[in-house]
Ligand binder design. Structure first.
Ligand SMILES: Cc1cc2nc3c(=O)[nH]c(=O)nc-3n(C[C@H](O)[C@H](O)[C@H](O)COP(=O)(O)OP(=O)(O)OC[C@H]3O[C@@H](n4cnc5c(N)ncnc54)[C@H](O)[C@@H]3O)c2cc1C
Length: 339
């Protein structure tokens, strides 16, 4: 384990913001995680975990240790007639996992194809897309508990998964370093086409409903809608889709007949944040070196020389205008560091 000093994180965050870590280390096992933990305790330093940096905003230098999990790898640890359970290293790339599972005949991740990032970060915001969330296939995870300094196993109920939420963003923030994630996948090739755009696209292309074709269509839809972070800095959706009560939703529908809303749990509706932002005239707006993507109002971008300060100022103006027009408060999806 080699701890590096004054390490540039520019290549390690998909916005491409310049920020330096006082110390940086890539670890490959729970033992190395514990060793890194002893280092931060001994030097009384803050600790920041970084996966592939696709859901963070590095707003300044990090005056502590940045720890990246580098342990990739997938193993089958259980199976029965219709399912397998996989144990996956936190450093494994998510989309490569999806592709590997499809090739093996393990199903359930297709709708989550092409989401950037690492497996270790996937439970943090319970990644989701096209009608599926990580929690749907989640079995358990193994993490180092930074309070107890020991390896713990957390099951689905422990993780408190919600829409882009979990224990790791809430009460357990900063407490757990996820080392392995265990998923249970089906060996029955059933396609999940409940999300309208998938069914439409399969029909339009005359494709059969198979897990493979769903993955193909999801990849194509994502490529057509979202900017590639290797070309334009971004972190995908910048704001969460806000959830409001049905009373408020009905009142908004009266006033704005085009409002895009989906029923949620009892008495609540989820609004399309991108639609709200677009209605406020932000789509395609560029300010200095940052802006709102031309095809997707929910995605804020760094055109290259932008700073986190510029981006956050733009985000604040967008939030204010949506609140003034619709009375809805937008919550940011990426996490800002230093916090
Ligand atoms: C173009 C684009 C499209 C996207 N589309 C989607 C989408 O459809 N759905 C969706 O849900 N997300 C989406 N995202 C967001 C992002 O891909 C996910 O949140 C992903 O899980 C982040 O993985 P990462 O490895 O890059 O995590 P990072 O950005 O490095 O970290 C994210 C958070 O997790 C913490 N973390 C990282 N690793 C660990 C670990 N091992 N243990 C504990 N905490 C850890 C970090 O401290 C940080 O708080 C998109 C992003 C981009 C750029």
């Amino acid at each position: 384990m080699q701890i590096l000093e004054n390490y540039s994180l520019r290549e390690l965050n998909t916005f491409g913001f310049e920020a330096a870590a006082r110390y940086f280390v890539e670890v490959h096992s729970a033992e190395e995680v514990l060793e890194a933990l002893r280092f931060v305790q001994h030097h009384d330093l803050p600790l920041l975990l970084l996966g592939e940096g696709s859901n963070v905003i590095l707003a300044d230098d990090i005056a502590g240790l940045v720890l990246k999990l580098g342990n990739a790898g997938i193993e089958v640890v259980g199976d029965d007639e219709h399912s397998v359970t996989l144990r996956i290293g936190a450093g494994q790339n998510w989309h490569q996992l999806v592709c590997w599972c499809l090739a093996q005949g393990y199903y359930g991740l297709e709708n989550l194809s092409l989401i950037p990032g690492s497996v270790g970060a996937a439970p943090v915001q319970n990644i989701g897309a096209y009608g599926v969330e990580l929690k749907d296939v989640f079995h358990s995870l193994e993490a180092v508990d930074c309070q107890k300094h020991e390896l713990v196993t957390l099951n689905r109920a422990d993780c408190l998964f919600g829409y882009r939420e979990s224990l790791f963003k809430g009460g357990g923030r900063g407490r757990y370093i996820i080392c392995h994630v265990n998923l249970t996948l089906s060996t029955v090739p059933e396609a999940n086409t409940q999300y309208g755009a998938i069914a439409d696209e399969l029909g339009r292309r005359g494709l059969e409903e198979t897990p493979q074709s769903v993955s193909e269509v999801v990849c194509q839809l994502r490529r057509s809608k979202l900017p590639d972070p290797t070309e334009i800095g971004n972190a995908g959706s910048f704001f969460k889709n806000p959830v409001i009560n049905n009373h408020h939703c009905e009142a908004l529908k009266q006033q704005f007949p085009g409002l895009v809303a989906y029923p949620e749990a009892q008495g609540f509706s989820k609004l399309a944040a991108g639609w709200l932002i677009e209605q406020c005239g932000w789509k395609g707006v560029r300010e200095a070196h940052v802006g709102v993507h031309e095809q997707q109002a929910l995605v804020l971008v760094n055109y290259g020389a932008g700073t986190a300060e510029e981006l956050l100022a733009l985000a604040a103006r967008i939030r204010t205008s949506v609140q003034e027009r619709f009375g809805v408060i937008l919550e940011m999806e990426p996490t800002i560091y230093p916090g």
